[in-house]
Write a protein that binds this ligand. Structure first.
Ligand code: SAH
Ligand code: SF4
Length: 420
């Protein structure tokens, strides 16, 4: 979502203020940092980074801080870094023109409604288009700061989404990537329009755009994975067969403490149903280890879900206590050393699973949409089920789909050759 917010900022500054991008910091009249605040580490990094920029920037250049840390720290950023020119919170992105033209501009209103705003066009990739479908988040997961930095959840009107997807696809982006904190809760609340539409309907409508070949999305919430959603996912051929299912914990007790709204059994039921419906589906997940009160037995439950589901990708994090969250006040915070050990155990186990998954792909043939020429000289793209595939080949293949036979499967990427 931050990548997309940055694209919106670049589009607005290009269209309305005639800024262009530069690779050279000394040339820049404006340096923007878009920030995350989900865990503590990026927040502390922010101040050391902007300190460095301040020393090396061109005379008179402005520094602006955007995103979730801007929302969460607000004024404090000016106090700790007085050379910052403006602070612009997440969901205030449409005010970027005012921000660059106003002395010490501060706007961190998490009630600000940008859900009907049509941003200008800028995309990092010609081949894949990110499209926001909602802003904010209505859940109250006890560890998470996002609802405090991005405000309440509002769905973006479907007409805006479909127009944006159509425009991008006509320009050559065959893949549309839908973004929101709870995408499969889409349609629950709009502002300014009255629509009856849910996420499955939205997927079907986007798939009717002839130039769209692939649709991906993140993040769906396991709680809202009802049968209608799973069936649309399985049956619509343009919807890529990779599902992100953020588990967070495999222990029903910890899930209750996190206020996730589902149990270990519900999660397993949904994941295993998906595996049964779509044999080649890939499932990725997010896991937090060492949430307050997590016992060895709770942690074993998480490993158990990992063993049963065999996720193709796991983003695992050590719990980080965040201000403004309920869990930060909980008793039984876990010793960070125990957290580090659990994270290591989890990663070792996942590496074994990944080796097994990679080996099972040897000799298989996948249609791969080529999106990127890497510095290594390899072309890279993704299979429908989201495996990263790399091949040797000509740049002309960018933006095309080719069949690749996997000859050298590795944990993080599958290497192969084009076959006809
Ligand atoms: N809306 C998404 C998550 C967005 S935050 C969802 O519900 O899954 C992205 C990920 O950061 C989360 O899935 C979670 O695993 C992680 N995360 C959020 N808060 C965290 C915290 N306090 N400590 C560690 N990881 C956290
Ligand atoms: Fe955070 Fe939970 Fe909302 Fe995801 S669903 S953004 S984890 S509060």
């Amino acid at each position: 979502m931050n990548v997309r917010d940055s694209e919106h900022i670049i589009a607005e500054l290009g269209d309305k203020e005639h800024y262009t991008l530069t690779d050279n910091m000394q040339d820049a009249d404006l340096i923007l940092i878009n920030t995350c605040s989900v865990r503590e580490k990026p927040v502390s990094k922010l101040f050391s980074e902007i300190g460095k920029y301040n020393k090396r920037k061109k005379e008179g250049a402005k520094i602006g801080v955007c995103g979730c840390t801007a929302s969460h720290l607000g004024e404090e950023i000016f106090r700790r870094a007085p050379y910052v020119s403006f602070v612009l919170g997440a969901r205030n992105v449409s005010k970027i023109s005012t921000a660059v033209n106003t002395e010490r501009f501060l706007s961190v209103d998490t009630d600000y409604d940008e859900s009907n705003y049509a941003f200008g066009e800028f995309r990092n990739s010609l081949y894949k288009a990110y499209v926001n479908i909602s802003i904010g988040c209505d859940k109250k997961c006890t560890y998470c700061i996002v609802p405090q930095t991005r405000g309440e959840e509002l769905s973006i009107p479907s007409e805006l989404i479909i127009n944006e997807a159509r425009k991008a696809a006509l320009k050559g982006a065959k893949e549309i990537f839908l973004l929101g904190q709870n995408v499969n809760n889409y349609g629950r609340r709009f502002s300014g329009v009255d629509e009856k539409i849910d996420f499955s309907d939205l997927l079907n409508r986007i798939s009717e755009i002839p130039e769209v070949e692939r649709i991906r999305f993140t993040s769906p919430h396991p709680l809202h994975m009802d049968d209608k959603f799973l069936e649309t996912f399985a049956n619509n051929p343009k919807v890529c067969k990779s599902m992100h299912m953020p588990l967070q914990s495999g222990s029903t007790h910890i899930l209750e403490q996190m206020k996730r709204g589902y149990s270990k059994e519900w999660f397993l039921d949904r994941a295993l149903k998906l595996r049964a419906m779509i044999p080649d589906v890939s499932i990725s997940t997010d896991i937090i280890v060492a949430f307050p009160g997590e016992s060895e037995e709770d942690f074993e439950d998480t490993l158990d879900v990992m063993r049963q589901v065999k996720f193709e990708q796991v983003f695992a994090f050590k719990y980080s206590a965040r201000p403004l969250t309920k869990a930060a006040e909980f008793d039984h915070q876990i010793d960070p050393e125990i957290g580090a050990q659990r994270l290591e155990r989890l990663q070792l186990m996942q590496d074994e699973i990944l080796d097994e998954i990679a080996e099972s792909k040897r000799g298989k043939i996948y249609p791969v949409y080529i999106e990127e020429l890497r510095n290594s000289g390899f072309l890279a793209g993704r299979s429908d089920n989201n495996a990263l595939v790399q091949i040797e080949g000509d740049e002309n293949l960018l933006g095309t789909t080719v069949n690749v036979k996997i000859t050298n499967p590795k944990r993080l990427a599958l290497y192969g050759d084009i076959v006809l």
